[in-house]
Design a protein around this ligand. Structure first.
Ligand code: ARG
Length: 493
């Protein structure tokens, strides 16, 4: 048996069914590049620590560069994972007396954990950037619509007038928190398990600090058993992604109902719409429906990760191999959903007239009428609530006389007698004034919205700077790794 893994202990080879069952090769395409980096850093460090000879180090690194160039397709896919097929390819290229030394002081357990963290941190960084773009699009559309009236809803019933800007900034704030969560998850993802070997570390005098810095990790995992066993960083990342998808699906749901004839608040750009194979007139918001649907995929991945990790004994168990495909599915789905949502928001047509028209339907100004009675007539809010409640049985456009007829029944006197005027009633019924009066922090008044949007745009810039620091930290470290590899191989890495 030429299988470099099984030839010692095991005497029979797995059949195709067994290979398919146990192999992680298809998901391992996600960590091919990362595995090469881990192999390079480990090899360099092994030589620096006097564990392997310089010549072996150079030959291994040259072999790794060749494998990277050949690509994953060239690897033997009958091995159970990328780590062992890559090592086997290396041995093919440089011979076992050299290639067989690379895995000294290492296990696939610390290797795979390191690879996953390297790929995931890159994905988190890209996701942060995509979320920033989405947030920017939401704020951009908001700043065009600070005066665009629309009905605000509770229970999906018309509630109070607000503006489209106010609604969009609400979503943008949710995305802002999503970004914070991903940044926070990144800080726990970017820690290095390498050097932990199978779980008990190793008797070789490894320099864990060196591989940590060469690979651009901010810190290392301090307990070798925890380092190979934990997948809490996957759970945490998938949880933050689930939260993103929940937020996106809420937006998607609104885009779907807003696109209906009943609402007709927005119209998606044709690029984001589909049509029917039988009803030629149809323009369907399929992209939004798929964002809503794909939220289920990501939440499912989180559930799978939680169920997989629950009650696993320390340390490494092969169950963990089932975790990563769920992570990659969540990553891929979330990133594309963020991009598509951004595109839909940035390009959709806003029917400002239809929104404004509907902003007063359902007596949305009722709260302002009640508030005006409190301010002008000095009555308790609860009493005003009762009076306006009775008026709401009418057409939603009460006159001062109608108000006073009800007031007499409820408090035994007119509100006009207590200072309420017809002018005040008219103003309270005006949706534009309703909105402009709500100018306290967080309210929809155009002045407050302009301030809010500007503050968020600034926040966006500082997050962008934060992300580029994280990116640069990794880039700089890898540059060092590549230049060391170049020194040993004479080849540009
Ligand atoms: N393919 C494995 C995984 O994803 C790599 C680690 C295998 N370790 C082991 N002890 N069998 O988890």
């Amino acid at each position: 048996m030429s299988d470099i893994l099984r030839r010692g202990r095991l005497s029979s080879t797995p059949d195709e069914d067994m290979i398919n069952f146990t192999s992680s090769m298809s998901a391992d395409k996600w960590i091919f590049e990362a595995d090469i980096l881990v192999d390079m850093a480990h090899t360099v460090m092994l030589h620096e620590q006097g564990i392997i000879k310089k010549e072996d180090c150079s030959n291994i690194l040259t072999g790794l560069l060749k494998i990277r160039e050949e690509g994953i397709e060239k690897l033997d896919h009958s091995y159970e994972d990328i780590h062992i097929s890559l090592e086997s390819r290396l041995i093919d290229i440089v011979g076992e007396d050299t290639g067989g030394r690379m895995h000294s002081g290492r296990s696939r357990n610390d290797e795979v954990a390191t690879c996953i963290r390297i790929r995931l941190r890159d994905e988190l960084l890209s996701l942060m950037e995509e979320l920033l773009e989405l947030r920017k699009a939401l704020l951009g559309r908001a700043s065009e619509n600070t005066e665009t009236l629309m009905p605000g809803f509770t229970h999906l019933q018309h509630a109070q007038p607000t503006t489209f800007a106010h609604h969009l900034v609400a979503h943008s704030d949710a995305i802002g928190r999503d970004i914070e969560r991903i940044v926070s998850a990144f800080s726990r993802v970017n820690k290095c398990p390498l050097g932990s070997a199978a779980f008990a570390s190793t008797g070789f005098d490894l320099n864990r600090e060196r591989t940590r810095t060469l690979l651009g990790f901010d810190d290392m995992l301090g307990n070798s058993m925890d380092a190979v066993s934990t997948r809490d960083f996957l759970i945490e990342s998938a949880s933050s992604m689930s939260n993103i998808m929940v937020n996106l699906s809420k937006m998607a749901e609104e885009i779907i109902i807003w696109s209906s004839s009943e609402f007709s608040f927005v119209e998606l750009d044709d690029m984001y719409a589909s049509t029917s194979s039988i009803m030629p007139q149809k323009k369907n918001p399929d992209s939004a429906e798929l964002v809503r649907g794909k939220a289920g995929t990501v939440i499912g991945s989180l559930m799978a990760l939680l169920s997989l990790c629950k009650a696993l004994p320390l340390s490494y168990n092969r169950d963990l191999q089932e975790a990563t495909p769920n992570m990659w599915r969540a990553v891929e789905t979330t990133r594309s959903a963020v991009r598509i949502t951004k595109g839909m928001i940035a390009t959709m047509k806003v029917n400002t007239e239809s929104m404004a028209e509907k902003s007063v339907l359902g007596f949305t100004t009722a709260t302002e009428i009640a508030d005006t009675m409190v301010r002008a007539g000095g009555i308790p809010f609860r009493t005003a609530h009762q009076i306006v409640g009775v008026l709401a049985r009418g057409d939603g456009n009460p006159t001062l006389e109608e108000i006073d007829a009800v007031a007499k029944d409820v408090i035994g006197e007119t509100l006009n007698g207590r200072g309420l005027t017809a002018e005040m009633v008219k103003e309270a019924l005006d949706p534009v004034l309703n909105v402009s009066r709500r100018n306290i922090t967080g309210g929809p008044a155009p002045t407050e919205m302009e301030r809010a949007i500007k503050a968020r745009m600034e926040e966006l810039e500082s997050t962008k700077a934060e992300i580029s620091v994280l990116n640069k930290g990794i880039e700089d470290s890898l540059k060092v790794l590549y230049s060391v590899v170049e020194d040993y191989t004479g080849t540009k890495a």
